[in-house]
Ligand binder design. Structure first.
Ligand code: IPE
Ligand code: IPE
Ligand code: MG
Length: 248
């Protein structure tokens, strides 16, 4: 993928001070469909078709990592037909897009516990991860059966197991040790979280990683979130004054 030069960035109204890690809570698919009197599942399909442009732009902008919230630990409580339609779409997406993503150097990581998913989904996402794991381009993280609280519980269990094995003392557990046990180990913290669909909440998405992220909320439903709108969000991000508790 061609990376934008500084001049090209300027023509988009952007400076090179881009976020290193962007998270997107892709919300509003159901309402997008309802507005068109379509079944909710067609909203999810339209959502999937939006991913290509979002991923390409993120990569072209040389942003290091993109984390997409695709299925939360709470989404199991949706009607069974909707959950199973989402699974079918995941298999379709990873099968259809894998070669293109791989060709473009994208490195896919799954955040969340996929062991609860049907085998076809597990196989498709694992294949995508294994095929692209050595790639050095955009780090693309797909949050599947992901919830920040479950992630924290898992990290606590892992730290306790290490302590019981005598590998570390409880006193040695610091922020770095905790972050190393999260699904996002090794990635920069989130700089920007975008939530489409009008709600102003995080819905259990990367609560620790977003501790100092800039939050951008838009009423636009995810299937309508164009590249132009993404650039608007990045422009707004560049206007924010990130103080991290200091005085400037
Ligand atoms: C987000 O869109 C996608 C998932 C949670 C899988 P929604 O399906 O939540 O759409 P709305 O919020 O009902 O419009
Ligand atoms: C958050 O959206 C989860 C995903 C986008 C995958 P939801 O639609 O599930 O969140 P709530 O229920 O409005 O908080
Ligand atoms: Mg929603």
């Amino acid at each position: 993928m061609a990376k934008y030069t500084q001049k090209e960035l300027a023509s988009l109204g952007l400076t090179p001070m881009l976020p290193k890690h962007v998270g997107i809570i892709m919300d509003g698919n159901g309402r997008w469909a309802k507005q068109r009197m379509l079944p909710r599942t067609l909203g999810h399909r339209a959502a999937m078709d939006k991913l290509r442009g979002t991923i390409r732009l993120t990569s072209d902008l040389n942003i290091e990592a993109l984390s997409l919230y695709a299925f939360s630990t709470e989404n199991w409580s949706r009607p069974e037909e909707e959950v199973s339609a989402l699974f079918d779409l995941l298999v379709e997406y990873f099968t259809r897009e894998l070669d293109e993503l791989h060709k473009n150097g994208v490195c896919i990581r799954i955040l969340g516990d996929i062991s609860a998913f049907p085998s076809a989904v597990r196989e498709a996402v694992t294949r995508a991860h294994v095929k692209t794991r050595e790639n050095t381009g955009l780090k693309l993280n797909i949050a599947l059966n992901y919830g920040s609280r479950a992630e924290l519980v898992r990290a606590a269990q892992s730290l306790c197991e290490s302590a019981l094995r005598g590998e570390l003392r409880p006193k040695e557990i610091d922020e770095a040790a905790l972050f190393d046990r999260l699904y996002t180990y090794g990635l920069p913290e989130l700089d920007l979280v975008i939530r489409t669909g009008g709600e102003k909440r995080l819905s259990n998405f990367m609560l620790l990683q977003a501790a100092y992220a800039e939050l951008y909320f838009t009423d636009t439903y995810w299937p309508d979130f164009s590249e132009k709108k993404y650039i608007e969000a990045l422009k707004e991000y560049q206007l924010r004054d990130r103080r991290y508790g200091t005085v400037k």
